[in-house]
Design a protein around this ligand. Sequence first.
Ligand SMILES: C[S@@+](CC[C@H](N)C(=O)[O-])C[C@H]1O[C@@H](n2cnc3c(N)ncnc32)[C@H](O)[C@@H]1O
Length: 351
Amino acid sequence: MTTDLLHDDFERRLIENTQPIRFFFLASALHHALDLGLVAELERRPGTQEQDLAESLGLDAHRTGALLRFLRNEGYTTLIANGGWALSPKGREVQTFAPWYEMLVGGYALSMEQLGEVVRDGTRYAQRDTTKVGEGSCGIGRYDALPLVEQLLDQVKGAGEPDTIVDLGCGDGSFVMDLLVNRPDLNGIGVEPHAGSVELGERRRAELGLGDRMRLAQGAAHDALKLDLPEGGRGICFMTAFVLQEVMQQQGQQAIEDLLASAFKLYPEARWLVVEMDHQPLAPVMGTHGLAQTFYNPYFLIHAATEQRLETRSWWDEMFARLGLTTEAVANPDPRADSTGLQFGMVLKKS
Ligand SMILES: C[S@@+](CC[C@H](N)C(=O)[O-])C[C@H]1O[C@@H](n2cnc3c(N)ncnc32)[C@H](O)[C@@H]1O
């Protein structure tokens, strides 16, 4: 019976069919090696023995060794002549992409673990690590959303540059703080419901020496209405980058419409900068484009499982038009970072 199961190409088929399992373990191992600081320590001190590496990072030596050996077999670390460890070129290269691991693996591994439960029970949401999602998202944004926002701000310059960005759902605030570093005349206010992210943001604000150019407050998007902003909102640009999708599922479409309507009533001279994803999980690009397969396909799945709701770009356009808002500028990310056309940004103002 057993031998009947073992056709001569069984092992080849076994290997082929278990590749996704290999990558599941690899993604998780890489995330942890990056998050624990192991990759950075190897970069800093190549040739270090595993005992020494573990000690300097406060880790268990036996398990640190197991992780290093696993990564060696996947080509990320190498054992060198003195028995010490170093990064391979692939191990050095992956550091640039740490934010994608932080958001998709660190932030959403728990959600994927619960996928079966929430597919069965549509009334529940899968949990996620919100601090890691926020921090990872800001890190990714440095390559796509930040240059996109810079493009938008350049486009509206002629009609008067904003002097303050009010970043609602700012995560760890690094996104808006990077903008402030690039634009010395700009001030920032970050509003974020998660205490862990606000704490990270305060640390970053101090590290960057931004002083009173940057303020952080704990709160939700609708708390924007309680901030002490200049009369009429002159010079103010609210920003929601990947945040309306959160409010959409938590509070519904009406809450977003109320928020935008109230904000523009209170601050008619303000602008509102939106960055969102065009929810197109069946677009042709999804089956053909590398970034659609490595990033957007997991992204679309995970948003259906957690307390977030993506909509199409035309859905958002219709809502903004219904609210009497006009689009002052539109942009997509630099195609060198993302050429899928699925991420978009716009600046809205009251007609
Ligand atoms: C995907 S992250 C985006 C972070 C950042 N804006 C960026 O562009 O990288 C979504 C953020 O929205 C925050 N958030 C969730 N619900 C919110 C709400 N009702 N109001 C404001 N922010 C919210 C989350 O805590 C998280 O930091």
